[in-house]
Write a protein that binds this ligand. Sequence first.
Ligand code: UT7
Length: 356
Amino acid sequence: FFSSRRRHTRSLCDWSSDVCSSDLKGIRLCGSGAAVPRLRVSNDDLSARVETSDEWIRTRTGIAARRVADETESLTSLAAAAGQQALQNAGWDASSIDLILLATSSPDDLFGSAPKVQALIGAGSAVAFDLTAACSGFLFSLVTAAQYLRTGAMTRALVIGADQLSRWVDWDDRRSCVLFGDGAGAVAIEACPAENDGLLGFRLNSDGARGDCLTLAQTSERAELLPGMSHQRGGYAPIGMNGQEVYKFAVREVPAILKQLLADTNTEAASIDWLLLHQANQRILDAAAERLGIAADKVLSNLANYGNTSAATIPLMLHEAVSDGRIQSGQLIASSGFGAGLSWGAALLRWDGPTS
Ligand code: UT7
């Protein structure tokens, strides 16, 4: 890692002959990628397992189907595929990246899945680690990666949001199982001159006191270690959720944090090109847009196809809208992630990658 840092610090002056590393305080969002499992599970499919209906799920959430990883796929393989595509779209060689941040709450390995992703991608110079902040994980990771770039410590980073919550959903609990799906998305970012900065502002929040309404909690099963000594055997309970509480939290906090961010950055809501929110429920997206005074046709949504893919929703949606030409280079994107923790955050972004 340190040798790569020295190498890239030298190459920073490639920007122009009179710009050197200390001037590179900006962040460019240069490339996006995504990957989803093959298996598509429709609302009708689910209604064969729990008492629900396509009509109920569509009306209450906007979801029509979700993707579920089968035994040939994994969190690591999805994350690596998304990351590789982001590198390709940025036109970068994997060996040029310094950092891989993997936002996930469902790693293949509790010690962290990012190093496996690093190996699969072939990014031998990158330090790679996981960051857990549930559905806010991608935004938290993007902001975290940006700090390494802004200080000049690193030059290029790959930020991946990926989750395989199908492992942890109680598929017999109709109140939660209809919401979630698996997927991965990634964004390649690099240091750039401050005047080209694509991370124009951010805010991050946590409130553990309200965290009980959305959990994927450890099960503390007592097991004997030695006669007279016990330990806690590891394991996790399925996702527990008080849907109404999470819903109220989201429709209150998301517009509030975005309003604060727009005020911080002196940005008019009318100048936002796209509202890119964590894809949890269409009603949450609509309520947030209405409270912010942002027109419905600026609200990005792919809930119908993928449901809530947790840390993956924002980069998955971003990649889709970049690929189909909706998001154009130079456009302003107001983004917000929210979820378990409780955690929520917002960032004002400018896309600077290739567009279709
Ligand atoms: O990343 C964050 C993850 N979590 C979330 O985003 C959750 C946010 N919350 C929500 O999206 C909504 O609260 C839900 C979609 C989960 C539920 O919608 P709701 O409008 O808040 O429904 P509800 O919980 O008030 O339930 C209304 C009725 C209940 O029946 P009764 O008590 O009125 O007879 C539920 O039992 O709907 C019933 N119900 C269902 N019926 C058919 C709950 N889930 C289902 C279902 N199919 N899947």
